[in-house]
Write a protein that binds this ligand. Sequence first.
Ligand code: AHG
Ligand code: MN
Ligand code: MN
Length: 338
Amino acid sequence: MPLVHNKVVTIERHIIEQERATHGTGDFSGILRDLSLAFKIIYREVTRAGLVDILGATERQNIQGEIVQKLDDFANEVIYRAMDHGGHLCAMASEENEHIMAIPDHYEKGKYVLLFDPLDGSSNIDVNVTIGTIFSVLRRVTPENTPGTEADFLQPGYKQVAAGYAIYGSSTMLVYTAGKGVYGFTYDPSVGEFLLSHDNIRIPDHGQIYSVNEGNYHKWDPRMRRYIDWAKQDIEGEDKKAYSLRYIGSMVADVHRTLLYGGVFLYPADVKSHKGKLRLLYEANPMSFVIEQAGGKATTGVERVLEVQPERLHQRTPLIVGSPKNVDEVLLLLRDVE
Ligand code: AHG
Ligand code: MN
Ligand code: MN
């Protein structure tokens, strides 16, 4: 009997092969390789989070005698340090820093900028719930071999050359797109590699799950409330069953589930936050790029997320993202004027 042969493909090999097929310059494989190292280090710390009280204060006390860093700050620094010397980037921007971060003078400046949310869902750390890291790569618009500026970051999401996330859950995964489909890799800690586990991910056309912080219900626009009321109904004759509600409170985990199972994730505007809560550049754009590349849709409720022209680094946006038919259902009820 012939042996069943499953190819084992590491993330590095996958990217190099993709780059070869598209005659890439190697920049992208360099960026992803450096990022995956940062994710492995963050993963190691995240899985030890519960030990911090037992071991941390002694083990992670630095020479100045300062006590354990917050994991968000730690992740932020790990990514910066893994990425500052590769020669591929000319600047970085993080959800955790007010301003863009320069590449140190003595390192080469590359053609790209990196944006990231170092730990998404960080309020869930203490209760052992899935969190993640989100990233986005843009090609610079300022002249080569100079330091990057804010203008390099303030580009609409459709200009992203790559985006994705690491998710630290029951297993750790890295999901990315470089504009040619979406690929998922599961981390095997015993060999220290991300291995291709989800080839060419396609989001289901329609799903039975809606995902939203329904505690905000009374603060929403009435049309948004109407959609949620509709989502919960069994409608005879239309073959519509009540959708299930799933909400983790880590966007990266809620969108990851939406990508694999289908449905819709929403973080709408409300009377208090007129622009919603999520950040356009660090959260909405990269996740929208992934979802679109898998065949899904992402909208602010008014326009395609990836077409929003950013004006500020930390600007927020309402977000409705998921299976194309579910997003259309939301849009229909949002547009339908009484
Ligand atoms: P972060 O941990 O990076 O600050 O992001 C938290 C975000 C996002 O992950 C999640 O979808 C949302 O906050 C949850 O907000 P609510 O608690 O308002 O539901
Ligand atoms: Mn976040
Ligand atoms: Mn964060």
